[in-house]
Ligand binder design. Structure first.
Ligand code: FES
Length: 97
């Protein structure tokens, strides 16, 4: 069984340091451009479900505004407590992310 990809943005559409909300068939995801590398991750904080759209992108980490938990977008792991992690996935192909 193959993996299917859903294009959600053109490469370059999102400025470095910016995040974009994406609806993947009812699954709310944020797409972030970190210096030309793209990361897609769950919009909902795994701690108490705050919206990470209001969080801060700090390099390859996103910080939740609710209790300041910080998640590494490369691994999904919470920097403070490893028991919390974000689901992350992203690929680029043919000019799309
Ligand atoms: S809800 Fe995000 S850190 Fe608590």
């Amino acid at each position: 069984m193959g993996v299917s990809y859903i294009p959600v943005a053109r490469i370059g559409e999102l400025s470095p340091g910016a995040m974009k909300e994406v609806d993947l068939g009812g699954r709310e995801v944020l797409l972030a451009n970190v210096d030309g590398s793209y990361f897609a991750f769950s919009r909902q904080c795994p701690h108490e479900a705050a919206d990470l759209k209001t969080g801060a992108l700090e390099g390859t980490k996103v910080r939740c505004n609710n209790h300041n938990y910080c998640f590494d977008l490369q691994t999904g792991e919470c920097v403070l407590l490893r028991s919390f992690s974000l689901s992350t996935v992203c690929r680029s192909f043919s000019g799309y992310v």
